[in-house]
Design a protein around this ligand. Structure first.
Ligand code: FUB
Length: 338
């Protein structure tokens, strides 16, 4: 009887991940989801990946509209004019918070905002984001920005009036920021696409990059096969640096990780833990990880392509358990069906 009671308690406390994934994927096309815990709620900040939707041009001024017409490189980016967020008490039921950040509130961007990363610091919520990376002009240079709000659901306003990190510092494409607060209060920003990853240390007020202990401002930490989407977690004093590698087109896109005793590496050895399952979904990646407070239960939130997706931007969100073995290595993720 005691065993039955224990089993039913475990089942009740375990969220149903097929349902959780179904609830996330039914929100529509979203990518690059970053999960956080703010105010006793889970929050997800993703990229809008609504390919095919007409962009609303009415909020742009004449100069911005002209620039947008001239620089249509990827149509999908043109409709990424704002970021939505989602909140949940239990990882299963999600409430949408539309337009927590709009590109029209970022004076130095006219094209798109995407791949956000959020932290709580100094009594406020900060949202790091990529903007305008594709078209680089003197007026709209592109880079990684930071926006601030009093609430996790925004509205977030551009904090600096300029990029925090500009184009191609030390060779890294300024996209996919991930802000990591270490236990000593230091904040590190991991970022970079196109196969080049940098880490930079931020000032306490998050307004600028400060030198690391060796004097470096932008340190390249690119692991072999790295594509984009860096993420960092710390467990039992070990830093787990994670990233996305491969390509959706040939079903090699997935998540890998490596370990270190330092937030700036070196990280070793690398191992892939999330990959295409031809029976479930294609190209899972650009993920984030959350630990349930007061437990050693971890979950990975990521985007993936439904098997019938015809376009690389047809990406939906998913969530699954992230498990560690007895040696502290991350086990392969078993993707839930939705
Ligand atoms: O969502 C836009 C881009 O796609 C991100 O910057 C990459 O990480 C990839 O997920």
């Amino acid at each position: 009887k005691r065993l039955l009671t224990l089993l039913s308690a475990i089942l009740v406390s375990m969220p149903c991940f097929a349902q959780a994934t179904a609830n996330l994927s039914s929100q529509g096309y979203y990518a690059d989801p970053e999960i956080r815990i703010f105010d006793h709620q889970y929050w997800i900040y993703p990229t809008s990946s609504n390919v095919g939707e007409q962009s609303d041009e009415s909020h742009f001024n004449t100069q911005q509209s002209e620039l947008r017409k001239q620089h249509v490189v990827h149509k999908a980016y043109l409709s990424q004019t704002s970021l939505d967020a989602f909140s949940s008490p239990d990882l299963v039921h999600w409430t949408k918070h539309p337009h927590v950040l709009s590109v029209t509130n970022v004076s130095w961007a006219a094209y798109a905002v995407w791949a956000p990363s959020a932290i709580y610091r100094n009594g406020k919520y900060y949202l790091f984001f990529a903007a305008n990376d594709i078209q680089k002009t003197d007026t709209f240079p592109g880079g990684i920005g930071v926006a601030v709000s009093n609430k996790p659901g925004g509205p977030f306003k551009d904090a600096l009036g300029k990029p925090l990190i500009g184009a191609f510092q030390n060779g890294a494409q300024p996209i996919d920021p991930m802000a990591f607060q270490d236990e000593d209060g230091s904040v590190y920003l991991y970022y970079g696409g196109q196969g080049h990853c940098n880490v930079a240390k931020l000032s306490g007020d998050l307004t600028h990059v400060i030198p690391m202990s060796d004097g470096t401002l932008y340190k390249e930490i690119t692991p072999a096969h790295y594509t984009e989407g860096p993420f960092m977690i710390k467990r039992n004093g070990v830093y787990y640096f994670m990233w996305s590698e491969g390509d959706w087109g040939n079903s090699t896109y997935g998540v890998a990780y490596a370990k270190s005793t330092s937030p700036t590496g070196p990280f070793t050895p690398a191992r892939k833990i999330l990959y295409t399952d031809p029976a479930i979904a294609n190209g899972p990646g650009h993920h984030s990880v959350v630990r349930i407070p007061n437990t050693d239960d971890w979950y990975i939130v990521y985007h993936r392509h439904p098997l019938d997706a015809a376009d690389r931007n047809q990406r939906v969100m998913a969530i699954d358990p992230l498990r560690f073995d007895r040696n502290g290595n991350i086990e392969s993720v078993i993707m839930s069906k939705d």
